[in-house]
Design a protein around this ligand. Structure first.
Ligand SMILES: [Ca+2]
Length: 500
């Protein structure tokens, strides 16, 4: 429900009500003035006394009218302020290729993430969150739409026109559908997107602008419109700097920021300062740890800004990642048309914390990502949730519920409102979760379709020629295959994915 929809009718009702009450009060007063005037005339036969009484009562009535008006105005102001205060600020930090194990609190042996650890300690660390795909674009489309990306034909990442023709993909996420930022904007939020876009590709020159999706402000890379720097070695504002500035300028409004940071995607841009701090590590870990720590520090600066201006208590902050860690390779340097040259996958030694698979995989190491959430007074502090099953398409219905944003009547999200889980309440998921990775099928990263129902996760090839079934509730690392003898029944269930 938008702010205007929510507040204006109420204000209208209250204003007309106060006017009507004031008018009735005035009539009552004038009637009583007349009665008193006649009585006074009859008793005292004194015109000045009549005049005095009329003036006194008229003044009293006017004063009463003014007081009533002020009272109702104040009531409205307080009510509006209360409603506004119920709308928390929302900052959704979406890292890029950040593995589940790339956090100190998740047991990384070389990454240092004190600020993210602190975020978890003042909020809840959810271990059961997954994204819709093992790569960027489909996972991000799910966040924006609350729908599985297959509905939009987004089976893998956005790239070139030739790639899209070959893979039967659109050139961008259609902007005219239901979009999270637009719904929040309609609910009274000021909305911004800073950092990675990848809901099209920098190679696509006529793609819609972020504003077409419902953003008031944007500054992106790998997308259209104003570009933001992604390399901390370049003396230009980074996505987190943009977010801090935005927060400062809009501290008195409910704000929503999609803060989609570059780290730990390729190319890597380690800074000299952080490389020096990790000089004891080997070459690969040193680069990766430097990239992670630098990003963690800048996320800490965003959190510090919330504290400084006193809005941290009314701000929901979520940290997550669009997919698992990049594969370690042999290339040491890499160019990038959007963010510039840097170091390559030789240094990509991110970890999944023991989960099977990595980026470009539907195994849990590819789609099981960190999910830290902090909202003081609403989300329990210092808690670890290992049981709630959450996924990317839940973000839209959940944030809309939190913001008081009404979903269109002809729209049904694929996800569910996970606010009970966020609040630490019992949460039993009823809807299944689907994943898709069309380029899969080869020996490496072979699952192409995935479905989770309750504790069970089924992964399969498109033609059903290979199936594996896991009890993900007790086997997050997906090592024990239960596909026989009940796998065949699950094949039929999983075919629902193909019909989305
Ligand atoms: Ca990614």
């Amino acid at each position: 429900m938008s702010s205007s929809e929510f507040h204006h009718p109420k204000r209208s009702r209250m204003y007309s009500g106060s006017t009507r009450n004031a008018a009735l009060s005035l009539c009552d007063c004038e009637r009583s003035v007349d009665v008193h005037s006649i009585a006074s005339y009859a008793i005292l036969s004194n015109m000045w006394y009549l005049w005095f009484m009329r003036m006194t009562y008229s003044a009293a009535c006017r004063m009463k009218q003014i007081l009533l008006f002020c009272l109702f105005s104040l009531c409205h102001f307080v009510t509006a302020a209360e409603e506004r205060s119920k709308q928390p600020n929302i900052i959704f930090i979406f890292a890029d290729d950040w593995g589940w194990g790339d956090l100190s609190l998740h047991g990384s042996t070389f990454c240092k993430t004190p600020n993210l650890d602190s975020l978890a300690k003042t909020g809840t660390d959810f271990h059961g969150f997954s994204v819709a795909s093992g790569v960027c674009s489909p996972s991000r489309a799910a966040i924006m739409t609350g729908h599985y990306p297959a509905r939009y034909g987004i089976h893998q990442h956005f790239a070139t026109l030739k790639h899209h023709l070959k893979t039967d993909m659109p050139d961008w996420l259609p902007p005219d559908g239901v979009m999270l930022p637009r719904l929040l904007k309609q609910a009274g939020y000021v909305t911004a997107h800073f950092g990675k876009w990848h809901l099209t590709n920098i190679e696509i020159k006529d793609a819609p602008l972020p504003a077409d999706y419902g953003y008031d402000e944007s500054c992106v890379f790998n997308g259209p419109g104003p570009q933001v720097n992604a390399n901390p070695n370049v003396d230009k504002p980074l996505e987190t700097d943009m977010a801090i500035d935005f927060i400062q300028r809009h501290k008195n409004k409910p704000l929503f920021i999609n803060l989609w940071i570059h780290s730990t995607h390729l190319p890597h841009y380690p800074t000299e300062r952080w490389m020096e701090k990790f000089k004891e590590l080997d070459e690969k870990k040193r680069v990766y740890a430097a990239v992670v720590a630098e990003a963690d520090e800048r996320i800490g600066a965003v959190l510090k800004k919330l504290d400084e201006i006193g809005i941290a208590d009314n701000t929901l902050v979520i940290f997550s990642s669009d997919n698992g860690p990049e594969d370690t390779g042999s290339d040491k340097t890499k160019g990038d048309a959007s963010t510039g040259d840097g170091l390559a996958n030789y240094y990509s030694v991110g970890t999944t914390g023991g989960l099977r698979g990595r980026k470009r995989s539907l195994f849990n190491g590819g789609v099981g990502v960190p999910f830290l959430a902090r909202w003081p007074g609403m989300i329990p502090e210092g808690r670890t949730d290992t049981s709630s099953v959450l996924t990317g398409v839940d973000i839209l219905p959940t944030l809309c519920a939190i913001a008081g944003a009404k979903l269109p009547p002809d729209y049904t999200p694929d996800g569910v409102n996970i606010l009970p889980a966020l609040r630490g309440e019992k949460f039993d998921r009823e809807k299944m979760i689907f994943t898709e990775w069309r380029p899969g099928g080869k020996d490496v990263n072979w699952p192409q379709l995935g479905v989770r129902d309750g504790k069970w996760t089924l992964l399969m090839k498109l033609d059903g020629s290979r199936v594996e079934l896991f009890d993900t509730s007790i086997d997050r690392s997906q090592r024990r295959d239960h596909s026989h003898p009940i796998g065949y029944a699950w094949r039929a269930t999983s075919l629902e994915l193909a019909m989305i």
